[in-house]
Design a protein around this ligand. Structure first.
Ligand SMILES: [Ca+2]
Length: 363
């Protein structure tokens, strides 16, 4: 019966998607859709330079300040310069993270698809944004959830914008998959104004939530009310809208925000001066935005799921801190808790060896 239930749900979802996409296509969505990355610098070189006092961290046990985001998620505040929880955690193992963006490199076993019509059969990222989001969430060495399976859907074109219709197609593809995993996370580091052609987005996100998907959306970088943006304005138990803050806990200057009257922000996460792979040695560049913040939260959710822990605001922010958005723009802004996981209470998996496998039930 359980199987029949999930089968029925997938079937009904597919019917819903077909209807929804028809509506979206009929509306000929041409409203702008932007990635949430306000950086004016583009990192372009090719190698990691994460070292600490000459000690190459592989896998990372220690971090430079330019990995403060990973450090912050891992154990929360105060940051300890260490990946304190990783050794006790499954780090996203057997959890799928779907990156809907400009494309990225799937991890082993991950899927890749193009919905822009530009690159049939591939998901090559010619912009860099999707690659960065994928790395923050699940890079095998420096990601928040290094053991997660990363799937890459190309829904934005090389100029890093796109059409909601392609995003909807990507979401429909995700919902139609029947992959075995311990959990499913969708990262939407993109945003656009709420408009007539975005009415289908909440419908699909709600249905994906019912199917067990957790979705993370960027709050947006427009210095405006997040409730005017989609996906941030979507509200749901399995949806999180994310602002950005810097390593000192100051809010990102272009954050979209929540007011006491209309609150469409759930939490804040690292999103200022975030380094990702294509960084040249000796360059001191970072990228800013609620995109980067959202990707941290996607990775954190994957970590919680892999450790059989609840995913909710409490578990995501248990070791976070209050980010003071204050009254800086002359309006009543709502302060938010920052992302900060507590470490798992006990080790969930053990190394495979003949000595400790015996008698270990695992799961
Ligand atoms: Ca840490």
């Amino acid at each position: 019966m359980k199987y029949m239930g999930s089968h029925y749900r997938r079937k009904s979802f597919q019917i819903l998607i077909i209807k929804t996409i028809r509506v979206a296509l009929a509306r000929a969505g041409t409203r702008p859709l932007f990635i949430e990355n306000s950086s004016t610098v583009r990192v372009q070189a090719v190698s990691y330079h994460y070292q600490m006092d000459g000690y190459t961290v592989s896998p990372p046990e220690s971090f430079r300040t330019d990995l403060y985001g990973i450090d912050e998620v891992d154990g929360g505040f105060p940051r300890d310069g260490l990946r304190t929880c990783a050794q006790k955690s499954n780090n996203g193992k057997n959890v799928s993270i779907w990156i809907l963006d400009t494309g990225c490199e799937p991890s082993p076993g991950g899927l890749c698809a193009d919905f822009t019509g530009e690159q049939v059969g591939t998901c090559t990222d010619n912009d860099g944004h999707g690659t960065a989001m994928g790395q923050i969430a699940s890079d095998a060495e420096f990601g928040v959830a290094p053991a997660a399976t990363r799937h890459c859907l190309r829904v934005l074109v090389d100029t890093a914008n796109g059409d909601w219709t392609n995003v909807l197609r990507g979401l429909a593809f995700v919902g139609a998959q029947n992959l075995k995993s311990k959990g499913k996370v969708i990262n939407l580091s993109l945003s656009g104004p709420v408009a007539s052609n975005t009415r289908s987005v909440p419908v699909i996100l709600r249905e994906l939530g019912r199917m067990g998907f957790f979705t993370v959306g960027a709050a947006g970088n427009d210095r405006s009310n997040a409730c005017d943006q989609i996906p941030a304005s979507f509200r749901g138990d399995r949806f999180f809208s994310v602002q950005a803050h810097d390593e000192s806990g100051n809010p990102f200057s272009n954050n979209n925000f929540a007011t006491s009257g209309s609150d469409c922000i759930d939490l804040s996460a690292p999103g200022v001066n975030i380094r990702t792979t294509p960084v040249a040695i000796a360059q001191d560049l970072g990228e800013n935005g609620t995109s980067q913040a959202a990707a941290h939260v996607s990775g954190a959710i994957a970590v919680l799921l892999s450790d059989n822990r609840e995913v909710n605001m409490l578990s995501l922010t248990q070791n976070g801190r209050l980010i003071d958005n204050g009254m800086e723009r002359g309006m009543s802004l709502v302060d938010k808790e920052s992302l900060g996981l507590s470490c798992p209470q006990r080790r969930k998996t053990r190394k495979f060896s003949s000595s400790n496998r015996k008698g270990h039930r695992g799961y």
